[in-house]
Write a protein that binds this ligand. Sequence first.
Ligand code: SF4
Length: 367
Amino acid sequence: MPTTNSPTRKTTSTGNPEIRHDWSLAEIEALFALPFNDLLFRAQQVHRTHFDANSVQISTLLSIKTGACPEDCKYCPQSGHYTTGLDKEKLLEIEQVVTQAKAARKAGASRFCMGAAWRSPREKDLTVVLEMVRQVKALGLETCMTLGMVDDAQASRLAEAGLDYYNHNLDTSPEYYGEIITTRSYAERLDTLASVRQAGMKVCSGGILGMGEAPRDRAALLQQLSRLDPHPESVPINMLVKVAGTPLEDVADLDPIEFIRAIAVARILMPKSHVRLSAGREQMNESTQALAFLAGANSIFYGDKLLTTGNPQATRDRALFAKLGLHPERRNTCHTEEHAQTAIGSALQQQSNQSRAAALAYDATLA
Ligand code: SF4
């Protein structure tokens, strides 16, 4: 046990890390400052207390409305404030979305995430979106949406339609936030998260690293997330994907080790949350991704697209999962016989222990 140099931590009587919402910035910075091996060891201890360490939740993300967003997020090629050459798309038809969701389900995804580049959904769009939720949910998939800001009433309607998760990222620290976005306040983001929680939906919220922020901003972002009570069920930790035409296209690269440290600290602060290795994965080599899983990341996006940035191809994911002995997290809902036949969980039961990781990785990444 690496007790020297470790920040003091409270533990329950069973030795499990407490679920805390009162981490101080100094405590979090002390975690970041741990020797790398000690930090990863501690993150692994927390991770193994709450999760199968070799299980990775897989989500698929579809952009249901692309580009021309009125917000000015400096990292985002979908912002209408920047010229990035992005092809804009109107809100997809419901049938198109359902077709994509079926393909994702067949490929082994357990959650289907739908993203729209809006400041907040208009009434006529929300009506369509609610029907998308109902139809995707009926396929037996968990549903997630990111539609910009929502108020209490909109969140309630999404929840009633069957939406499981709502994604709304905090992006960065409150202190650095004004350098990245000016058209939406940090307080408005927190209000949306409160509305989502109040409506009974699960929260997906994280941030983006490598936007020129200071180390303290990374600690402060994680502090903000850990203050949410309950913690977000999903915490996407993104590495900036630099897109030509956005104000951040030439920002200095973040050292991958610093990125891994942030994953590990997120795992320690939010022990029961799924920490998602999210945007920027395509730019990471296998070693960095392996370290991220070791640090406690246990969720990825699968598919050819992550909103408008690339995502590793199916064959690369399949190979990496097999190499690392990882397997997709089992879905906990199988509403139809067809689904049950194709679900990862069924495959699990049919495989020997020795071969099942590789087989499942294959199932999960079938194109
Ligand atoms: S991150 Fe979202 S809100 Fe910000 S510009 Fe992009 S699509 Fe719009």
